[in-house]
Design a protein around this ligand. Structure first.
Ligand SMILES: NC(=O)c1ccc[n+]([C@@H]2O[C@H](COP(=O)([O-])OP(=O)(O)OC[C@H]3O[C@@H](n4cnc5c(N)ncnc54)[C@H](O)[C@@H]3O)[C@@H](O)[C@H]2O)c1
Length: 225
């Protein structure tokens, strides 16, 4: 699956972090919430998550030097330089700025037009998620895939009767997605097999910078009675 543009609905804890993961992988992301204040809060979360990643990388070498010296080993200037070279930040401030710049906020579903993949991460309530999926169904191109970050709801029920029902599936990111790169992928009864395979392939190819690539556990989630 080629994702040139992605969307995330819900700029809360998970939505902002999922947007960050997609943007880390070079994908422009539209992040939606219900009003401008929540959108801005979500964008600030993305900035905060990225800042943490930059700080983690910047601190690796100084922390390692400190750790070694606390063991009573005095490192020469050359040895310290060697540690700094080995642990040079792979994720720099400039890269962080690029990642943040890939995420744009909106309150309008129309801005998902042309998206290849949209993940919803709104409240865990059937009627809220169903309204979101219906709105996405009208605005997304035929080929688009819709992922739901639901923890427990039936994807078969959520997607029933939608134009995109065969391209809708669970993409359940674990929290926090950048340090816990596991995504549970679960198909509904109507989900096409190739959509499941393509989504798993896409997620497994996603990296989270400094941590292993995403791992996907895959299965069919039966409709709950
Ligand atoms: N928090 C976790 O640890 C975690 C882990 C895995 C999965 N999940 C799942 O992820 C989903 C989101 O959880 P969360 O913790 O991020 O919730 P959250 O409350 O932090 O964020 C939900 C966001 O969705 C927004 N929203 C609601 N309706 C909307 C709409 N129509 N359009 C756009 N935005 C809308 C809300 O304003 C809010 O900002 C849930 O399904 C939850 O079960 C959560």
């Amino acid at each position: 699956m080629r994702v040139s543009k992605a969307g995330v609905v819900g700029a809360g804890t998970m939505g902002a972090a999922i947007a960050e993961v997609l943007a880390l992988n070079g994908i422009p992301v539209v992040l939606k919430d219900v009003d401008r204040a929540r959108v801005d809060a979500g964008l600030a979360k993305v900035r905060g998550y990225v800042d943490e990643l930059v700080a983690f990388h910047e601190q690796r070498a100084p922390k390692e030097i400190e750790r070694i010296e606390q063991l009573g080993v005095h490192l020469s200037v050359d040895q310290q330089a060697a540690v700094r070279a080995k642990l040079a930040p792979k994720f720099t401030r400039a890269r962080g700025d690029e990642v943040v710049g890939r995420v744009t906020g909106t309150t309008d579903f129309a801005d998902f037009a042309g998206a290849d993949l949209v993940v919803e991460a709104v409240f865990e309530r059937t009627e809220v998620k169903r309204n979101v999926l219906e709105a996405l169904d009208t605005v997304l191109p035929d080929y688009a895939v819709i992922g739901s970050n639901t923890s427990s709801l039936s994807i078969t029920r959520l997607a029933k009767g939608l134009r995109h029902a065969r391209q809708t599936l669970v993409t359940h990111f674990f929290n926090p997605p950048t340090t816990l790169p596991l995504v549970e992928v679960a198909a509904g009864v109507d989900t096409r097999e190739d959509v499941v395979t393509d989504t798993v392939d896409f997620l497994q190819a996603c990296g989270t910078t400094g941590t292993p690539s995403c791992r996907s556990a895959c299965g069919r989630r039966p409709p709950s009675s």
